[in-house]
Each structure stands twice: as structure tokens, then as C-alpha cells.
Design a protein around this ligand. Structure first.
Ligand SMILES: Cc1cc2nc3c(=O)[nH]c(=O)nc-3n(C[C@H](O)[C@H](O)[C@H](O)COP(=O)(O)O)c2cc1C
Ligand code: SF4
Length: 405
């Protein structure tokens, strides 16, 4: 029998066992029916559970729902809820796996979120798989109809304001953070944007309660998370693991030089550090874990990702428009063995200049990746500066759309 990581680490909460998509009848048999009609109780249970967003920022879900409900009351307008399944991060597959295997958990969570904030409209935004989800929707009798929206395949499409702009009929580009989406999102209505995994956890918390949710994870970071795991020579896998589990149980670290945690807005750490590091929401970002073998070049890997991130910038804000391409070009120089001139200092300086200066967090996430690469691959930077590269295997690990490797 093929053993998946999910079987080993914990009984699956979110992903249908056996990798078989669950239709509505199976879903109801497995999890039982949902009850509606008590939004205050729903919000209380959510607060007690300590659930945080799984879309990257780990924001407390209860606080966001309460803020949207309050914004709706203040504006005298029913809020809009959006399930965010855009999954713009190229190295992530967790959201589309969840939507394929357990679509009804996400749809349950969307209805519950709608009830909790008093929403009048609901959307499910995905980059692909919309047809299957439309079929799943026809199996249900939901209190609030849900419309599916296909978003463009871009890194920024799932950023919350880009998503609400797109649903409102504009280009899928982030807009300035004020007023926030929770006050003015889709067609200027208060809007709740929630990652699809967050909604699926909510669907289980509503059924089984906060104590059940807290029975996995740590007191500070309760529950579990879906992770997309990249290990060279193996298929990319989506696994569900509790917070607090040591990373080496998720990623074999033999022959590994560094681990990327969180995705392209995430952090490189040396493999030795990963051996003792627990899975934490503070690091996990978009849920990506990738093990880079010691015989590959972390600088070359980072340079490819930075080039992609610079091209994906919406080009609306000066620091992002000018800064990210410069950082990417200088980093490309660092990735090639030979004299680098001032490239190392330039990258560090430009990183400081773009940080916190964009309308969205794209520059900040990119800077996080850059800084962690400069630290984790410091020895490789020195080797490159003196004309050597210690890597012997040039195969790429991380997927970059539009690149051949
Ligand atoms: C550049 C950028 C891209 C993002 N892409 C996604 C995405 O594809 N999917 C997602 O759920 N959140 C994405 N986010 C985060 C969303 O803006 C938002 O915080 C999230 O959907 C909220 O849901 P959560 O609280 O359940 O995590 C992105 C953020 C940034 C800055
Ligand atoms: S910071 Fe960059 S990606 Fe974000 S809105 Fe501005 S230009 Fe676009």
C-alpha cells in the first residue's frame, strides 16, 4: 500500500482519505450536516479555536470576520464573502488539492462565513477547476447562492484587493490599502476575503468545536495546516501536519543544504536549522516547504524566482516597478561566479528601499526571500565572488512559470 505523509502524521482532517474526491453524499456521511441560525455562537466558537488565515498572513480569522460584520452594520450594507482559491504561488498546490478532494468542506466554510458576517453575496475565486466546483455547487441546497470566478494565472491575482477589483469588473491588480477590503471591497461593499483552506477548517470547527480543533498543534498555534512539499526526485506532495511538528519529519534532510519555508515570499534556512525547527504559522506563509540539495546552487535558484517575482509586479508603484527588477538583475549577477563589484551591497540597500513602500506586500515578501538568501547562502556568495560555484547539479528545484527548467 502507498503510504502518504498524511496517513503517517495525523488522521486527515481536511483531505478526503485515499485521494478520492468526496461528493456531497460522502461528505455528509463523513462529517455530518451543518446547522445554521446562530451567528453569535459561530463567531464565539471561531474566537475560541484560535484559527488563523492560511493564505499567507496568518491573521486571526475571528478578528477579520468580526471586523467585516461590524463594517457591514456601520455601512448599512450586507457584506460580500470571497473564498480565495486563486493560489497564485507557483510552488503551492494545497488549495487546488483541497478543492479537488474536499470541495464541500470549503463550500460549507463559505456558507458559515457568510452567515457569521451577514453576507448578501458569495464568490468562489479559482484559477482552474471551476467546472468541477460548479458541479459540486449543483449538489447542494445552500442558503446563499455562490458564483464561481476564474481569475487570471498571475502571482498577484490572489492578493485580496486584486481579487476584489477583479470581481468588481476591473483588472486583477492590487489597489492601495486604504480603505481596506474589509470596509470597501467588491463594488465598495465590506468584503471578507478568506483563503479556501481557512474556510475548510472553519467548517470543521463549526461541527466539532474549538477544543477539537485545539487537540492538534500547540497552544500558541493550534490546529494543522496543508503544506506543499518539494523533495528532489519525488513527486510534489500535499500533506496535512500539526503545528509544532519538527520539519525534518516532513522533509528528509539527508544531503540537503537548505530549506525554503513559505514559498516565494518566504525564507531560506540552512538544513541544520530545519532539523530542529517546528512547523509554525509564523514561517509557513503560503504553505510551501522545499528541500534544496547541498549540491545545487541556492543563489541560482533564488535568482530565477526573483526574476519571476519582478516580472509579476503590477508595475503600479515606483519602488516595486524600479526596485524589484534592479534587485533581480543584481542577484542574477551574484548567482554567476566572478567579480560582483558592488552587487551584494546594492541588493541589500535596494531591499531596504523597497520594503514597506508598495500598495501591497509584494515588495516586502520579495525582500524577505532576498535577505534570507543573502544570509543562508553567504558562503556560496563568497565562493562565487572568487570565481567558483560549489554546485555540481544544475537542475532547478522550484517551478517558475514561463521558464524552461
Ligand atoms: C502578492 C500577494 C499574493 C497573494 N496571493 C494569495 C493567493 O493566491 N491565495 C490566498 O489565499 N491569499 C493570497 N494572498 C493573501 C491575501 O491577500 C489575503 O490575505 C488572504 O486571502 C486572506 O485569507 P486568510 O486570512 O484566510 O489567509 C496574497 C497576498 C499577496 C501580498
Ligand atoms: S507594490 Fe508592486 S505588486 Fe503591489 S501594487 Fe504596487 S506595483 Fe503592484
Amino acid at each position: 500500500m502507498t503510504m502518504t505523509f498524511t496517513d503517517i502524521y495525523m488522521p486527515p482532517r481536511l483531505l478526503a482519505p485515499g485521494g478520492t474526491p468526496a461528493g456531497f453524499t460522502t461528505h455528509q456521511q463523513r462529517y455530518g450536516p451543518l446547522s445554521y441560525g446562530n451567528p453569535a455562537h459561530l463567531l464565539r466558537t471561531l474566537a475560541e479555536s484560535g484559527l488563523t488565515g492560511r493564505g499567507g498572513a496568518a491573521f486571526p480569522t475571528y478578528r477579520k470576520l468580526a471586523a467585516v460584520a461590524e463594517a457591514g452594520r456601520r455601512a448599512g450594507r450586507a457584506p460580500v464573502v470571497v473564498a480565495n482559491g486563486a493560489e497564485g504561488e507557483p510552488a503551492s498546490a494545497k488549495d487546488r488539492t483541497l478543492l479537488r478532494l474536499s470541495p464541500h468542506l470549503v463550500l460549507d466554510g463559505l456558507q458559515l462565513a457568510a452567515e457569521a458576517v451577514g453576507a448578501g453575496e458569495a464568490y468562489l475565486a479559482v484559477e482552474d477547476g471551476a467546472t468541477l466546483l460548479e458541479t459540486a455547487l449543483t449538489e447542494r441546497r445552500d442558503p446563499l447562492p455562490v458564483r464561481t470566478v476564474r481569475v487570471p494565472k498571475r502571482f498577484l491575482s490572489g492578493q485580496s484587493s486584486a481579487l476584489t477589483q477583479y470581481i468588481s469588473g476591473h483588472a486583477a491588480l492590487p489597489r492601495h490599502q486604504r480603505p481596506p477590503v474589509r470596509e470597501q471591497g467588491v463594488r465598495r461593499a465590506p468584503t471578507l476575503v478568506q483563503n479556501v483552506e481557512t474556510l475548510a477548517h472553519f467548517a470543521l470547527i463549526a461541527r466539532y468545536g474549538a477544543d477539537w480543533f485545539r487537540s492538534a498543534g500547540t497552544p500558541a498555534e493550534p490546529g494543522s495546516a496543508l503544506c506543499t512539499v518539494h523533495v528532489p526526485g519525488r513527486e510534489v506532495r500535499v500533506v496535512e501536519a500539526p503545528f509544532g511538528m519538527l520539519l525534518h519529519r516532513l522533509l528528509p534532510l539527508d544531503g540537503i543544504g537548505a530549506v525554503l519555508i513559505g514559498g516565494y515570499h518566504g525564507t531560506w534556512i540552512p538544513a541544520a536549522e530545519a532539523a530542529t525547527r517546528p512547523l509554525s504559522m509564523a514561517d509557513l506563509g503560503a504553505g510551501v516547504l522545499a528541500a534544496l540539495p547541498a549540491d545545487r546552487c541556492g543563489l541560482a535558484e533564488t535568482a530565477r524566482v526573483l526574476r519571476y517575482l519582478a516580472l509579476e509586479s503590477a508595475g503600479q508603484c515606483g519602488p516595486c516597478l524600479n526596485g524589484l527588477p534592479r534587485i533581480a538583475a543584481a542577484f542574477q549577477a551574484l548567482a554567476s561566479p566572478g567579480p560582483h563589484g558592488t552587487a551584494r551591497e546594492d541588493v541589500a540597500r535596494w531591499a531596504g528601499l523597497v520594503e514597506g513602500r508598495g500598495a501591497c506586500h509584494h515588495p516586502d515578501g520579495t525582500v524577505r526571500l532576498v535577505r534570507s538568501a543573502l544570509t543562508t547562502f553567504a558562503a556560496e556568495l563568497d565562493a562565487h565572488a572568487s570565481g567558483h560555484c560549489t554546485a555540481t547539479d544544475r537542475t532547478s528545484l522550484l517551478p517558475v512559470p514561463g521558464s524552461r527548467s
